[in-house]
Write a protein that binds this ligand. Structure first.
Ligand code: SF4
Ligand code: SF4
Length: 283
């Protein structure tokens, strides 16, 4: 089963939820947690373990100026502005290239070939016997995190229970992360901004055909509007994590509150079992 944890906005505590959720479930079964927030991966900060690192590469164009007649077709084709065909030469801006391969196809003179370029890494770390953390890490300045997300997800394939931690928002990397998931947990908070972005996230999962439920983090007890929206949208509110001084204190130290407060481990496992019941997945 593949679960995804997403949120329409940053700062809802999505990653903290993912880390506590995965760790709690790992007390009763094997879990692979995948950090798909490749521009700012942070789940590794919660866990230790010997990390294996592998490169993520993409194919980028190389220009053969013996064959090129400066016709300009590649520059016209590239919607990302990565190629400028000048009167006497071609300029290629590798940091704008999205590695789509289109310029090679449109070149009438077979003057473009491809070479590999490293754009990021996948870290793979066994946290303990039952929990494994895989993190996608996009190199600074790279424009396209999708291949790194795909590589991180690929590294987790073949495992029975995989939890993807998505980047916040509703852009392409989030869609890439959510696709193929059996269920989405949308983490929100008790604020008007939280509700606004929850609506966006709910729309995305609905369009992708992924069933979803909601966790309200840092709940101040005034969740009427969020509850009303969830009722209307048919989204189950699985859990409310209260705005709690002890939880805040533990998190400010970088600790996972489910470790110091084991009653939460039971609640996270119950949440997982509830999702299994809804999706027909194995507990
Ligand atoms: S591979 Fe695609 S994005 Fe990169 S330069 Fe060619 S057309 Fe542009
Ligand atoms: S399409 Fe091919 S021949 Fe035309 S400018 Fe680009 S590399 Fe040169």
């Amino acid at each position: 089963m593949k679960l995804v944890v997403a949120s329409g906005k940053g700062g809802t505590g999505k990653s903290t939820f993912s880390a506590n959720f995965a760790l709690s479930i790992s007390r009763c079964r094997d879990v692979v947690l995948v950090d798909c927030d490749v521009e700012e991966p942070n789940l590794h900060l919660f866990f230790s373990g010997d990390m294996r690192e592998s490169d993520v590469t993409v194919q980028v164009p190389v220009f053969d100026m013996e064959r090129c007649d400066l016709c300009g077709k590649c520059g016209e084709f590239c919607r990302y502005g990565a190629i400028a065909v000048l009167p006497e030469k071609i300029m290629f801006f590798h940091d704008l290239c999205h590695a789509c391969g289109g310029c090679r196809i449109v070149c009438p003179n077979e003057a473009i070939s491809e070479t590999e370029r490293v754009i990021g890494k996948v870290w793979d770390a066994p946290v303990d016997e039952h929990l494994r953390l895989i993190s996608g890490v996009l190199n600074e300045g790279e424009p396209n995190g999708i291949p790194v997300i795909m590589a991180a997800k690929e590294a987790a394939e073949g495992n029975d229970l995989i939890i993807y931690d998505s980047s916040p928002g509703t852009a392409c990397p989030v869609i890439e992360t959510i696709e193929g998931s059996d269920y989405a947990v949308l983490v929100t908070e008790s604020t008007p901004f939280g509700l606004h972005d929850l609506k966006l996230a709910a729309e995305v999962v609905q369009k992708l055909g992924v069933p979803a439920g909601v966790v309200i983090n840092r709940s101040d007890g005034k969740d009427d509007e969020t509850e009303a929206f969830c009722r209307e949208a048919g989204l189950e509110i699985h859990m409310k994590i209260p705005f709690d001084r002890e939880i805040a204190r533990l998190q400010s130290r970088g600790d996972l509150f489910s470790v110091a407060m084991p009653e939460w481990q039971e609640r996270f496992v119950e949440l997982y079992e509830d999702i299994c019941t809804r999706t027909g997945g194995a507990p």
